[in-house]
Write a protein that binds this ligand. Structure first.
Ligand code: C2E
Ligand code: CA
Ligand code: CA
Length: 798
């Protein structure tokens, strides 16, 4: 801190030394001015010095001091020391008060010392203050806030650099512009003043171009108003984020708990209360363990803490308890987090009530093990139940029976009346089956119209046969579905553990074989398994496998049997009959394999193969016989006929081989086309339009109803060979043959007799006016080349 500057003025050199000695401690700088002439006043810049001591003795010098009083000596203290008294001064000087201290010699040194000491201290203090003020001013100036001071009239008194810059001001605007002219605040000076009358300070926030500003106004000693403005955009954004987090926290569908590092709950959300039933005030400060259901053991919670410790997270399913005591499952995720501000750990737990999910899971489990339509157990459950039942049988040394139950002719019901009726039928049958057994027994639907029953604690075979009879009788009671009445029956195969099989696989296979045997023997009945059945089944499996190979290798050949005009005895066509050239068993007729093809689901593939074979042969027939109206009959299986694209398929086959559809006759069993009479009627009509001929095979053995002869556009009836066989002797058969011929005439259809074996057969047919015949009498079915020879020979003979 620089010490005050001192100037000593005198006309005598001798005094300087004295004063210097007296005051050197108080001053850093002491200057002596020895005056030699009277206008010394002009030569001194008094303001440069803090204290000026004038020691004059010459009267002339003293009077020149009047010049001094006219000068600006504002910043310095002036001491006057003379040998004269005050009276003298008042006479000589215009203004004695101009001097800060006047002393007469001999001077009171103590007084002078005190004065100087006081003054220098004062000066020192003022210097310090000034310096501090400068620093303060600098601090305010460099402060990041925008700070300004206004007087009570609103005129700008001070502004720091930021304030000036942000308001486009320069120092020149100070003391000129007012707050209302400068500020972009949404509040006027009058308003600010009014507010500050009530309070010392207030805060005002405003938004401008997506930025936020906060102004604080203070009043100081009722003289100045300070305006302090800061940019709070970042802070605002943080607030907004916090607000959003809070909204998420509150409104999340998941329950949320926040605990401190010691596991005490510090916060929960609405969903927490909704799920658990606890209000906020009931849980804050408590441990989340108040939700414990008691279901999980100590290890479970230890595992949870272990994972939190090692991975800072845990998640899983947990059973908790609501306030009302109800135990419920929840999916819980816990995460450990650290609050960076305080470096403090806390835990966030988020959970969902999965009661409904569990319910869905239970349903899913139910449907995985049950048949949706009948609600009975399904194949999956049946198989595992059968296995476990057999195991317990082994332990208890008891017997069980497995019933393999198949609903007869269900396919016809489904095909004829649709799936809705079919479904109702299955439900009714399921219910009746369930009612026929005891609670401890078991029932399942394997699919389609197949059911299985497991009957426990079987005493003897007799009981089981009785039960099967009772069950079948129960199903035979009329079934009514939407005003239709159905009469159904069952085919039941029974196998018994341990008599008929050592494991579940055997039991199932054997009850199935027994059921199959019932089907083979006209359905509607029940049978116990025996070894022969297995042989039959295994034969079936072998043949089906062989057939698959045979189709792939094309081991089939078409044989032909002539169709003869009974009146002219000429061959007008032929029936194509398939033969299997079996590697080991020789040439096989259809009776040995055709059913296996149907059961093995190969009918369509096989039918198409036969169809193309015949077309191929027809190309040869046509080229050899040159007789375009020579008709070939092909036997069509129902599966093939009901194939969705049957008509298009055979049409395109005909195109491929350039065969006219008029040369082809499709033979179908009347029972088969009746399976879905509506579809059959439409298909037959289209086939008819496309030029194909339709013959009803084995006529007289099925429905033989007049109404369908009217509705179906068929061309020919083939009288079944069973009527021809005995019709020479049996008048009944003769009458039937006659009736069929008459019927054909009425509907304008051709009629053909099958199985004509003798001349007598032919003669009688001739008298009965049957137009066409076929049979061993003319020729047995023979391969194509032989057949062609036969036809050509016949032609030449006639
Ligand atoms: P079907 O359509 O009634 O054929 C006539 C059957 O009677 C033929 O037996 C034929 O050989 C036999 N037959 C002909 N004349 C006489 C006779 O005077 N006396 C006796 N006892 N039998 C005679 P096959 O060839 O064994 O055919 C049996 C059945 O197999 C056929 O009965 C037919 O329903 C079916 N079938 C034959 N070929 C095919 C075919 O290519 N496709 C389909 N889906 N079925 C065929
Ligand atoms: Ca036939
Ligand atoms: Ca026939």
């Amino acid at each position: 801190m620089p010490k005050p500057k001192f100037l000593i003025v005198s006309e005598q050199q001798s005094v300087f030394k004295l004063y210097e000695l007296l005051f050197k401690d108080y001053f850093s700088d002491v200057k002596n001015l020895l005056i030699e002439d009277y206008d010394f006043i002009e030569t001194i810049d008094f303001n440069q010095f803090n204290i000026v001591l004038i020691d004059l003795s010459g009267k002339k010098y003293i009077s020149s001091l009047n010049e001094l009083t006219k000068k600006n000596t504002k910043n310095s203290k002036i001491i006057l020391v003379t040998p004269y008294d005050l009276n003298y001064f008042s006479l000589t000087l215009d203004d004695t008060l101009f001097f800060n201290l006047v002393l007469s010699k001999p001077i009171d040194v103590q007084k002078l010392k005190n004065f100087i000491k006081n003054e220098s201290e004062k000066l020192e203090k003022r210097n310090i203050l000034e310096k501090k003020n400068n620093i303060l001013a600098k601090v305010v100036d460099l402060h990041p806030a925008k700070i300004a001071v206004y007087d009570m009239n609103g005129v700008l008194f001070y502004a720091n650099s930021n304030y000036l810059e942000s308001n486009n001001l320069t120092l020149n605007h100070i003391d000129k512009l007012t707050f209302d002219e400068i500020s972009q605040c949404n509040i006027g000076f009058k308003n600010i003043k009014e507010k500050l009358q009530i309070t010392n300070s207030f805060i005002n926030q405003r938004e401008e171009n997506n930025r936020w500003f906060e102004s604080t106004f203070y009043i100081i000693s009722n003289e100045f108003i300070i305006h302090n403005c800061i940019d709070i955009t970042a802070q605002k954004q943080k607030e907004l984020q916090l607000e959003q987090s809070a909204i998420f926290f509150e409104n999340s569908n998941e329950g949320i708990i926040i605990t401190d590092s010691k596991g005490k709950i510090v916060s929960i959300n609405k969903s927490f209360s909704k799920i658990t039933g606890y209000r906020k005030d009931e849980v804050i400060g408590k441990s989340p363990s108040l939700l414990n259901s008691g279901i999980h053991d100590k290890q479970f919670y230890e595992g949870m803490w272990e994972s939190l410790k090692n991975n800072s997270a845990w998640q899983g399913e947990i059973w908790n308890k609501r306030k009302n005591g109800e135990i419920y499952p929840e999916w819980l995720s816990i995460a450990k987090a650290v609050n960076p501000k305080y470096n403090e750990e806390f835990y966030i737990a988020i959970f969902t009530d999965i009661t409904s999910l569990k319910e869905a899971d239970r349903k899913l489990h139910f449907y995985a093990n049950h048949d949706i339509l009948t609600k009975l157990a399904n194949r999956v459950q049946f198989e595992s139940h059968l296995k476990s039942t057999i195991e317990s049988c082994k332990r208890r040394n008891s017997k069980i029976a497995l019933f393999f139950v198949d609903l007869d002719k269900f396919k016809d019901v489904n095909d004829t009346y649709g799936h809705t009726v079919g479904d109702e039928m299955l439900k009714t049958v399921a219910k009746r089956l369930e009612q026929s057994i005891r609670k401890e027994d078991f029932i399942a639907r394997l699919g389609g119209d197949e059911f299985v029953l497991i009957i426990k604690d079987v005493k003897n075979d007799e009981d089981m046969l009785n039960l099967a009879h009772k069950i079948n009788e129960n199903i035979k009671e009329p079934i009514v579905i939407t005003d239709k009445v159905f009469f159904m029956s069952l085919s039941i195969g029974i196998s018994i553990f341990p008599d008929h099989g050592k494991d579940s696989e055997d039991l199932i296979k054997h009850s199935d074989a027994a059921m199959y045997e019932v089907k083979e023997n006209g359905r509607n009945g029940y049978r116990l398994y025996n070894q022969n059945m297995t042989d039959k089944i295994s034969l079936k499996v072998t043949v089906q496998n062989e057939l698959k190979m045979a189709i792939a290798r094309d081991e089939f050949e078409m044989y032909y049997q002539a169709v003869v005009d009974v009146q002219t005895k000429k061959i007008v066509g032929a029936e194509a009959l398939v033969r299997w050239n079996h590697k080991k068993r020789g040439i096989l007729t259809p009776i040995h394999f055709i059913d296996f093809i149907d059961e093995g689901g190969m009918s369509v593939e096989f039918g198409e193969l036969v169809f193309r074979k015949v077309l191929n042969d027809m190309q040869i027939i046509n080229s050899k016989l040159k007789q375009q109206n020579f008709k070939i009959s092909i036997n069509i299986s129902p599966e093939h006929f009901f194939k969705y694209t049957f008509v298009e398929d055979i049409e395109s086959f005909c195109n491929d081989f350039s065969i006219d559809s008029k040369q082809i006759e499709l033979e179908m069993l009347e029972t088969n086309i009746m399976k879905n009479s509506e579809i059959s009627q439409k298909k037959i009509e289209i086939l008819h339009e496309k030029g194909f001929n339709i013959a009803l095979d084995d006529f007289g053995t099925g429905y033989s109803s007049l109404s369908y002869l009217k509705n179906f556009k068929v061309n020919k009836l083939k009288i079944d060979q069973s009527f021809i066989r005995d019709f020479l002797e049996d008048n009944n058969d003769k009458a039937i043959v006659q009736a069929i011929i008459n019927l054909a005439n009425i509907f304008n259809l051709k009629v053909q007799a099958e199985g004509v074996e003798t001349k007598d057969h032919e003669k009688l047919l001739e008298t009965l006016k049957c137009s066409l015949a076929q049979g061993y009498f003319y020729n047995k079915p023979i391969p194509l080349i032989k057949f062609l020879d036969f036809v050509i020979k016949d032609k030449n003979e006639n």
